[in-house]
Design a binder for this molecule. Sequence first.
Ligand code: PLP
Length: 392
Amino acid sequence: MQLSQRIRNITPSQTLAITAKSRELKAQGVDVISLSAGEPDFNTPEEIIEKTYKALNEGQTKYTSASGINELKEAIVRKMKDDNGLDYDASEIFVGSGAKHVLYNLFQATLDAGDEVLIPTPYWVSYTEQVKLAEGKPVIMHTDESTSFKMTPEIIEAHRTDKTRMLLLNSPSNPSGMVYTEEELKNLTEYLEKTDIVVVADEIYETLVYDRPHISIAAFSDKMKQNTIVINGVSKSHAMTGWRIGYACGDRDVMKAMTDLTSHSTSNPATPSQWAAVAAYEMDPSYLEEYNRTFNERRDRAYEKLMEIPYIDCIKPEGAFYLFPNFKECAQKCGFQDVDQFVTALLEEQYVAVVPGSGFGSPDNIRLSYSLSIEDMAEALDRIRKFVEQHT
Ligand code: PLP
């Protein structure tokens, strides 16, 4: 059957493709270690599961308002105030089926054909495809190690046109693991305040920071808050990727438009999951501290092991659960044409699955996730080192 031009224009998610291939090998009994996970390897905390059972037994199994239950919106309002110093009204919150769905709705609700969206590399794979699905034009801004994979006002200015509508700011970043500093955000704010660019601040990894606190760009000024849509959710913060709850905070009319759109597509996010998210925000934050300590330890160990591999370069990440080393020279020394080829051979010969940076718009790099046990991670990095030694 013929497929739409719209769907033929998109590129399937590369991260999911690698995960699928390594699962296939595992199913054949091969001892694959995957450094490609995009989700925490912990289970959802018991307290959240118990409270969800209770909600189910109390009959929370029906439709809700398309944009989410008031109890969850109020919990998000409190969270935004306490954690980010931002005052929102419940009418400025939209709850959707995961941050991905929320971003999809946002682009559908705000972009017209040809509207440009500035996206810095390395970018999370769905931004470009979602913008294209909304008939917008992704404008890719290249960043690399020279600016710690961060955009600057100069980089934005060089790509801005009279069609620019939005800018993606993902901090902490998937895949680079970089976190914008207060100074960097201040510089961006000073520049952006002089424009009408809407900032889409994807803060889904907010709680996973190891060296400095996360700051939302929306908190820098009233104007910035007005021009920013903050995206967040419980997927990464509370190990709840399968529950599918994410949200947007910002302009009331935009939230209303997203609600109208949702009312004709998915309707409300699953009702029990919404109550689970309420339970997540009622939890003692010490849970997050414990969780962060584990990731911080893994990050340090992973970085140490990574640096034993010859011909690579890596900026130590400050957040999320990814390392984003540059393998260009290493791949060349090993006799591969490019980093993609290196990645394929690594999976075939040493059974280590990693995600090539090409899918994120940074073909010289590789994304390594440290969302797995320290032992498995150390073994995987030893295998990569062995692989490089054998090929050089
Ligand atoms: N934004 C970024 C940067 C992500 O890495 C992800 C998930 O991998 C999402 C958004 C989507 O999160 P959710 O699982 O809530 O849809």
